[in-house]
Design a protein around this ligand. Structure first.
Ligand SMILES: Cc1ncc(C[n+]2csc(CCOP(=O)(O)OP(=O)(O)O)c2C)c(N)n1
Length: 658
């Protein structure tokens, strides 16, 4: 291994030496504590330290870095006080997640570190978003993101590199090729010689770096980072290294051939570098002893602090409160001038006015720029806001939603248009695992609105007709808004965009061009979480949302003999429980109507809530009405039969007769 350098001074060398020694000594101590049962899981990075340390040293302290589970060296090189790391690993309050997440699963804006989620891949797209925000603000900053070679098999890797290349984002994609992903050797993980070879497929510069040589890592990454700051572009870096311990400590390394292990042991990044420094008399025996003693002291003192810290206490209020970011909601009353708009136009107008209001708001989606989106909601936006803020994306929902997360981390709001709400499945992972959980985990908000054109009744078949809100209402951390009228859609969209939390905004396609209404012309907001009583009656409550609202109103019009409350929920999460209970207490009979298939829909939960809170006010069993338990069929007769509307009249009449 060649550690010679024409650039590095003695101080530089010793600085690198101390930086690489620290994670090694911490890990040595952790392995002892693990054996003593004083810490739980441990993912060892022994033998890979040069990469984390070298890359972090090459970046400026205000540049974001997104490490993985073996990158202790990132955290130590950013000089996080060790007691905070130790507390984090023990689930204590001085850590970074209030005891809510373990090990390296946290981020910290203070140190510009954004830790992984277990699913590995999403953070590659998050790095894209962070870098995009820098690029939009014309800041010359690099973002570095890590993954193992196993993680490169995930679709997220492909999507994130593709987006970064198409958008020329200043991201260093750092792949630590350490030979194994859990027990899977590289030969069973991918079928090309080097991961760096994939760069060409993305139109991306790529380099192979000896991941066990801290001088090579530091110098090459420093030079590339400097160049990327001047000339923003993504670069793929493959660091060749080896995982010398088990995937996590308990799992061992039985599957690794002895000679391979021996080969890499001899290439140890710490001892080889140390030997070089000693041989060149850069590191004296006295200094060596001093450095090691200082670090060991620091570890000891900080460990004591962490052990002395009381275990975290469960406080119900605090846990519930931290799922969403609390914020001062801006209330803008509607002006008196109105104009008749279709549902689709009201959404477009609301979006346009929010773009005018927030100059840090970016819209991303397939064909949203010149083409105006498939429903033409962003038509004409490019002319007004430019292509930087109206971003056509490749077809990669997962990385785009992850990028929206990254934008939020780096102070930029975004609206992501799903071309059809059905395609959210391809971006499901970052929504339910990243955006939904990030505030609870480490106090980082996800200021993202996902626009979801949804619903049936348009003859579009199983993959362009679903209304899949229930997949999200059951996930804490998300808000779900579902308007039924143009004026509600406009005001609620403005509020969703103001809200710093992740909001799924459902827009029923069948309403786009069929529902019109007088809509206030200026920008205004409507509070999320408030239902609206559209019609007041005394005999029965019809509680619904989305297209169901129009079915209920149609029914009520056709049956003036029935005195019905029609309640439009407008928002499913938060849910206006009080408005529901009030209506049920008044009428004593309730039909819960949803377009979604019946089982497991939001109305099942609303039914349970009514049972728990209004049982003594009920004069009849609660009746849920939902669509058939089949995929949404294409042919008109089949779709008509499928939809909940088909069962509504009978259900109400039965209940009236009960
Ligand atoms: C989506 C997903 N699938 C599987 C796992 C389980 N898992 C965690 S780490 C890991 C191996 C990762 O290998 P690699 O990316 O090479 O990183 P390394 O552990 O070698 O550093 C696996 C299979 C996971 N966390 N997430």
């Amino acid at each position: 291994m060649n550690f010679e350098s024409t650039q590095l001074t003695k101080e530089n060398y010793l600085d690198l030496y101390q930086a690489i020694l620290k994670p090694r000594l911490i890990e040595n101590k952790m392995l002892v504590l693990l054996r003593q049962g004083k810490i739980s899981k441990w993912f060892s990075g022994i033998g890979q330290e040069a990469i984390a340390v070298g890359v972090t040293k090459a970046l400026q302290n205000d540049e974001y870095i997104l490490p993985m589970h073996r990158n202790l060296g990132v955290f130590t090189t950013r000089e996080i006080p060790l007691y905070r790391l130790f507390s984090q690993w023990q689930g204590k309050a001085n850590g970074f997640t209030k005891g809510r997440d373990r090990s390296f699963h946290f981020g910290t804006q203070e140190f510009k570190i954004v830790g992984m989620i277990s699913h590995l891949g999403p953070q590659l797209g998050v790095a894209d978003g962070i870098a995009l925000a820098h690029k939009l603000r014309k800041e010359n900053k690099v973002t570095a993101v890590f993954t193992g070679e196993g993680g490169t098999s995930e679709g997220d890797f492909h999507e994130a590199l593709n987006i970064a290349s198409v958008w020329q984002l200043p991201v260093l994609f750092c792949v630590e090729n350490n030979g194994y992903g859990l027990s899977t050797p590289v030969s069973e993980q991918f079928n090309c010689e080097h991961i760096a070879d994939k760069g060409i497929g993305y139109g991306m510069e790529a380099h192979i770096i000896d991941g066990n040589n801290i001088v090579e890592v530091f110098e090459k990454v420093s030079a590339l980072a400097e160049d990327v700051r001047k000339n923003p572009r993504p670069i793929l870096l493959e660091f060749k290294t080896f995982r010398r311990r088990g995937h996590e400590e308990a799992s061992g390394t039985k599957y690794v051939p002895e000679d391979l292990m021996q080969y890499w042991k001899e290439k140890d990044p710490v001892t080889n570098f140390e030997a070089f420094l000693e041989e060149k008399q850069i590191l004296s025996p006295k200094e060596k002893a001093k450095f090691s003693k200082n670090i060991i002291e620091e570890i000891k003192e900080n460990l004591q602090l962490a052990f002395d810290e009381a275990p975290i206490e469960a406080q119900l209020d605090r846990e519930l409160k931290d799922v969403y970011q609390v914020f001062d909601e801006e209330v803008v009353q509607p002006n008196s001038e109105t104009k008749e708009l279709r549902f689709v136009d009201a959404i477009s107008e609301g979006l346009r006015q929010s773009m005018q209001k927030h100059n840090n708001l970016v819209i991303m989606g397939q064909d949203v720029a010149e083409y105006g989106g498939v429903f033409k909601i962003t038509e004409g936006f490019v002319e007004e806001f430019g292509k930087e803020r109206l971003r056509n994306t490749p077809i990669c929902e997962s990385a785009v939603i992850s990028a929206a997360m990254g934008l939020s981390i780096n102070q930029t709001k975004s609206v992501v248009e799903l071309q059809f709400g059905d395609f959210v499945t391809s971006g499901f992972n970052p929504i339910v695992n990243y955006l939904a959980k990030v505030h609870y985990r480490w106090n980082q908000n996800a200021d993202v609105v996902l626009r979801m054109p949804c619903g049936a009744g348009v003859g579009a078949g199983p993959f362009h007709s679903q209304t899949n809100e229930a997949w999200f209402t059951k996930t804490p951390g998300l808000k779900v808004v579902y308007p039924a009228f143009p004026s509600d859609a406009k005001g609620l969209l403005a509020s969703a965009i103001n809200d710093p939390n992740p909001v799924l905004f459902f827009e029923h396609k069948a309403l786009y061009r069929s529902i019109r209404e007088e809509v206030p012309t200026d920008y205004y907001t409507l509070p999320i979480g408030k239902a609206k009583l559209l019609k007041s009656g005394t005999q029965i409550s019809i509680i619904t949302y989305g297209a169901g609202v129009h079915w209920a109103l149609e029914f009520a019009e056709q049956h003036p003999e029935i005195s019905a409350d029609v309640l439009d929920l407008r928002s499913l999460c938060p849910l206006d429980e009080e408005a529901i209970f009030e209506s049920v207490r008044k009428t004593g009979k309730v039909v819960l109507l949803q377009e979604d298939t019946l089982f497991g829909g939001i109305m099942s939960d609303i039914s349970a809530l009514i049972c728990e809170n209004c049982f003594e006010h009920l004069d009849a069993p609660i009746k849920r009405v939902g669509s058939l338990p089949t995929p949404v069929p294409f042919a008109a007769a089949l779709e008509k039969q499928f939809l909940a509307k088909n069962q509504l009249e009978k259900a109400i009449m039965n209940l009236m007769a009960y």
